[in-house]
Design a protein around this ligand. Structure first.
Ligand code: UDP
Length: 312
């Protein structure tokens, strides 16, 4: 039975990944400092072959026993989180990634880094392919996340090339589903909680910026396939179904049966204008593509936010 470490295991994607790995027969260690993670996300896993270790990976990681796989998902990941936690975001992407790579090397474990479409910044190429180097403002407010992840990728490739560590890099595009934090400030949680409370739905800018949204279960399956593949090159995982943020707001209002109005708010600095993954590589190498369309994925997500907000 493989033994697997998931850093950021109490987070939105991390907790879905822990559950998926348990279902695949892994023994799972989840590590999280609970800065943006939530113990409620992993409650249901207690009693299975699962241990939780509360630890900040920016500090030295002492973990007993063998490890076969490491999924490195620890990081604040929503724009308001990394605006509030800029130093922690930079530290977890740099010192944290270095420590986790050290564990991978010592245990001879294969490591997969959770990278991001943010490495492409405000992209000048559309859709984004893995060979695009990106358009990132290093000193802007999003730079703390984008550059931390770019540094992480560089560090992972250095451990791969210099130390021969088996590495994988997934570039995750916008993902949604149950267990997103109500207050994380991202479009889906914000629109859903506003719509369910019949409050104004806040579209930033004129809402013509685009995103492409992937349901959590599709993402996790793509990530698992990537871990088991033999490519150390980065692979985009996301759903190419692209829409404007204004259309997303309308969709959420319709799907929740809300009376909310849409209001415009200032566009945050360096907010990418367009984003859509080119998933040719994932299709070819992993035989993967997303199965859950937006209309379908919104249903369980709305049910989750309803219960979190206590709205029946
Ligand atoms: N957005 C919005 N209203 C909100 C939250 C977000 O219009 O209340 C916009 C945001 O400006 C961005 C898009 O929705 O253009 C997606 O934002 P999110 O924070 O979900 O993630 P991002 O893709 O920017 O990392």
């Amino acid at each position: 039975m493989p033994r697997t470490l998931v850093t950021g295991g109490a987070g939105f994607i991390g907790s879905h990944l822990c559950e998926y790995l348990l279902d695949q027969g892994h023994s799972v260690v989840a590590m999280d400092n609970l800065l943006t993670g939530d113990p409620a996300n992993i409650e249901r896993l207690i009693g299975r072959d699962f241990v939780f270790v509360k630890h900040d990976v920016t500090n030295y990681i002492a973990l007993e026993g063998d490890l076969d796989y490491i999924f490195h998902f620890a990081s604040p990941a929503s724009p308001i989180d990394y605006l509030k936690l800029p130093i922690q975001t930079l530290k977890v992407g740099s010192l944290g990634t270095h420590n986790v790579l050290g564990v991978a090397k010592a245990k001879k474990a294969r490591i997969l880094l959770a990278s991001t479409s943010e490495v492409y910044g405000d992209p000048l190429v559309h859709p984004q392919r893995e060979d695009y180097w990106g358009n990132v403002n290093p000193i802007g407010p999003r730079g703390v996340y984008d550059e931390a992840k770019r540094f992480s990728e560089a560090m992972v490739m250095a451990y791969h090339r210099f130390h021969g560590v088996e590495t994988r890099i997934v570039r995750i595009f916008n993902t949604y589903g149950p267990r997103m934090r109500v207050e994380d400030g991202r479009a889906i949680p914000a629109f859903m909680s506003q719509a369910l409370k019949n409050e104004d739905v806040t579209v930033f800018g004129d809402g013509t910026q685009t995103r492409s949204l992937c349901f959590a279960s599709d993402l996790v399956e793509g990530i698992y396939r990537l871990m088991l593949s033999d490519t150390s090159d980065p692979v985009n995982i996301g759903n190419p179904q692209e829409l404007t943020i204004l259309d997303l707001a309308k969709k959420v209002i319709a799907a929740t049966g809300s009376r909310s109005r849409i209001v415009e708010r200032p566009l945050p600095e360096d907010d990418p204008k367009i984003r859509q993954p080119d998933i040719t590589r994932a299709r070819k190498i992993l035989g993967w593509e997303p199965k859950v369309g937006l209309d379908e994925g919104l249903i369980p997500t709305i049910a989750y936010f309803r219960s979190k907000l206590g709205i029946t």
